[in-house]
Each structure stands twice: as structure tokens, then as C-alpha cells.
Design a protein around this ligand. Structure first.
Ligand code: G6P
Length: 369
């Protein structure tokens, strides 16, 4: 097992560090940035279905569901196709309205999650075309879907999903950009620019992994917190959910993710000097609004750990800690902002002496409902 961990103390840490390579493996052969081309057989072979789809419904569970939410933002932003994201467990039992004009995208690392598999069967029985985004080759979900794209993350052993999440987002980004360009929503030169920026993501993830010591220092300060709040907006709202999930899963600290602007409708009541709040403040679109959320937290004595874009000055003045991420296209920021949050959960769990790779009560693959 020590050999399999490749010199890392835990599989989770190894898998966090594998992300630059996993992202490259996922887009390699699929995108040609300089030509402005995306090739994905699962989409190319069914392009008419995608172009005529009235709606895309994404079904998944857990971390894959969070990737699905990022997918909703990406596909609606770029391809302008309406997207709904559903928990597979809810979808399968609520008699959903699904027709042959719908495309269902099922996302699953293991490809074996019982609820996701059942949701696929239901969607197919109603005539929808089902596209799978799976990591495990030849898995039940990969076999059950009409077409799909594998994430080439390699085996993920740690129960808390890390590289599966970022590679799922990579595939969803390619799908969104591909459909956008086919639909004429994105010019060839803009597509080229996006792909060139995507190509820089692995190096930027690599750079972020190097600030691990800083994240560790922050983990040491907050490891005894009883409750934590994670806030983000837009593309980074799902990252806030995922950050909170990672902390819950492996350190057993209660954490909630929220869209930053919803804070005033509830979580703000919890804020006091004992509450660490992780705020993703990289967004260009609503940056000022997130800054004003941070000020509201400050005036209630909450502790602020902000993830900002390199060179940020405004948040630095207010936050207790800042973690800088390299500049990129806003739509791609989840691939970066999620990294320090993974590391933070990892370090807190290790400091608390928890079983990082096999947290209590959780399974890597949930094959029962
Ligand atoms: C379990 C795992 C999670 C995972 C979820 C969905 O809860 O512990 O890490 O996100 O199942 O799994 P899937 O394999 O369908 O992505």
C-alpha cells in the first residue's frame, strides 16, 4: 500500500497532487487549442441530438452532483441550452417530466452509484438520450448510457473525491464550449482563446499545490472549529458546497456551503468570533457584492479566510487570511479555487487524527439506495 501511495501519507493527498496530470489526461486528444477544435466522439456522433435538445438534465450524487452544478453554469453560459441539475435519488422517485427532446447527462466517478444508475434507466424509459461522464471504464453507468466521455483521472482510492471532481469539470467545460461553438454562440477565435486558457490550468494547479504550507498554517488555526461556513457565487457557488462537503466528510466538522448572497437569509445569524468563513472572492462579475458580504462578516467578528485572485488588494485589507489563485477565465476558476479547499480539509483531518482515506460511515461507491 505504501508503494501505491507513491510516497504520500494518504491516497487523498496523492490524488490532490495528481490533478495537474489528471486534467491533462482528460483533455489530451480532445482539444486542439491552436486550431480551435474540440473532438469528443460521444458528442460528435450525436451532434444533432445535442443541437436539437430543448433541455439538458444533469443527474448525479455527492461530489459529482457539485460538478454537475458547475456544468449547469458552464453549459447555460456558453451553449445557451437550459440545464437542470438533480440529485439522482430525488429524480428517480418524483415522477419527473422527461421527454425524447431532453438529454440527460449522468455524472459518476465510480459508474456504480445505485441512484444514478436508476435515474438513467428511468430517463431512458421516457425516451431521453443519456450521456455519461464516468471515471471507471466499463462501469455499469458507462455501459448503460447511450454515449459518453470518460474522465481520465485514473483510479481514485480516497473516499473523499478530489481529482474526479476537477476532471468532471474539465469534461463539462469541453462539452459547454463544444456545443457553444457548434451552435454559433462562440466564434472560432474565442474558442481558441478559451482552449489556450484551459491549457494553462494544469500549470496553475501545480503552482497552487506549492502553497500547501500556507494552507496548512490556516488549517492549524481553525482545526478546532465546530462549525464552518463556505460562501461563493456564480461558478464558485458549487465550489463552496464542495469545500464544505470535503470538510464534513473527512474531519467531521459541521460545515455548510451557501451562495454568498443567501447568507443574509439565515447563516448570518450563526456568525460570531468562533465561526470561520471561507469565502471565494475571485469572481469578476460580482466581486464588489462578495466584498460587501465579507464586510458584513467582519462587522459580526467572523473569521474570514478568502480565496482571491493574485494581486487582489481590497479583500486583503479585510480578511484574516487570503489565499491567492492565479488569474484565469472566470468560468475555469472552479478548477483552481477548489484546490486550496481540498488541501485545507486534508490538513485539518490529519491534524485531528481522523482516518482521511476511509472516513467513518462513508463508502467510496454507494451501490445500494
Ligand atoms: C459517495 C462517495 C462520494 C461520491 C458519491 C457519488 O458518497 O463517497 O465521494 O461523490 O458517492 O459517487 P459517484 O461514484 O457516482 O461519483
Amino acid at each position: 500500500e505504501q508503494i501505491e501511495k507513491g510516497g504520500y501519507d494518504h491516497f487523498m493527498l496523492k490524488e490532490i497532487h495528481e490533478q495537474p496530470k489528471a486534467i491533462v489526461d482528460t483533455y489530451r486528444g480532445r482539444m486542439l487549442p491552436d486550431e480551435g477544435i474540440i473532438r469528443m466522439a460521444g458528442i460528435d456522433n450525436h451532434m444533432n441530438k445535442f443541437l436539437n435538445a430543448e433541455r439538458i438534465i444533469i443527474v448525479a450524487c455527492g461530489t459529482s452532483w457539485h460538478a454537475g452544478l458547475v456544468g449547469e453554469y458552464l453549459i447555460e453560459e456558453f451553449a445557451r441550452i437550459p440545464v437542470e441539475v438533480e440529485y439522482a435519488s430525488e429524480f428517480r422517485y418524483r415522477n419527473p417530466i422527461v421527454t425524447s427532446k431532453d438529454i440527460v447527462i449522468a455524472i459518476s466517478q465510480s459508474g456504480e452509484t445505485a441512484d444514478t444508475l436508476a435515474a438513467i434507466k428511468l430517463a431512458k424509459s421516457k425516451g431521453a438520450f443519456v450521456f455519461g461522464v464516468c471515471n471507471v471504464v466499463g462501469s455499469s453507468i458507462a455501459r448503460e448510457t447511450d454515449a459518453g466521455a470518460y474522465t481520465h483521472a485514473g483510479p481514485e482510492i480516497g473516499v473523499a473525491s478530489t481529482k474526479a471532481f476537477t476532471t468532471q469539470i474539465t469534461v463539462l467545460s469541453l462539452i459547454a464550449l463544444k456545443l457553444a461553438s457548434k451552435k454559433g454562440e462562440l466564434s472560432k477565435s474565442d474558442l481558441r482563446t478559451y482552449l489556450q486558457k484551459m491549457q494553462l490550468i494544469p500549470t496553475k494547479v501545480e503552482a497552487l499545490l506549492k502553497i500547501d504550507n500556507k494552507v496548512k498554517e490556516i488549517a492549524a488555526v481553525y482545526k478546532n472549529a465546530k462549525n464552518c461556513l463556505y460562501l461563493g457565487r456564480g461558478f464558485n457557488f458549487p465550489v463552496a458546497l464542495e469545500g464544505a462537503l470535503k470538510l464534513k466528510e473527512i474531519s467531521y466538522i459541521h460545515a455548510e456551503g451557501y451562495p454568498a448572497a443567501e447568507m443574509k437569509h439565515g447563516p448570518i445569524a450563526l456568525i460570531d468570533e468562533n465561526m470561520p468563513i471561507f469565502v471565494i472572492a475571485t469572481n469578476k462579475g460580482h466581486y464588489e457584492k462578495v466584498v460587501s458580504n465579507i464586510q458584513e462578516i467582519k462587522s459580526r467578528a467572523g473569521k474570514i479566510i478568502a480565496i482571491v485572485t493574485e494581486g487582489d488588494t481590497q479583500v486583503k485589507e479585510i480578511a484574516d487570511h487570503v489565499i491567492e489563485i492565479p488569474e484565469t477565465e472566470e468560468a475555469f476558476t472552479p478548477l483552481l479555487t477548489t484546490i486550496p479547499l481540498q488541501l485545507l480539509s486534508y490538513h485539518i483531518a490529519v491534524m485531528l487524527g481522523k482516518n482521511v482515506d476511509q472516513p467513518r460511515n462513508l463508502a467510496k461507491s454507494v451501490t445500494v439506495e
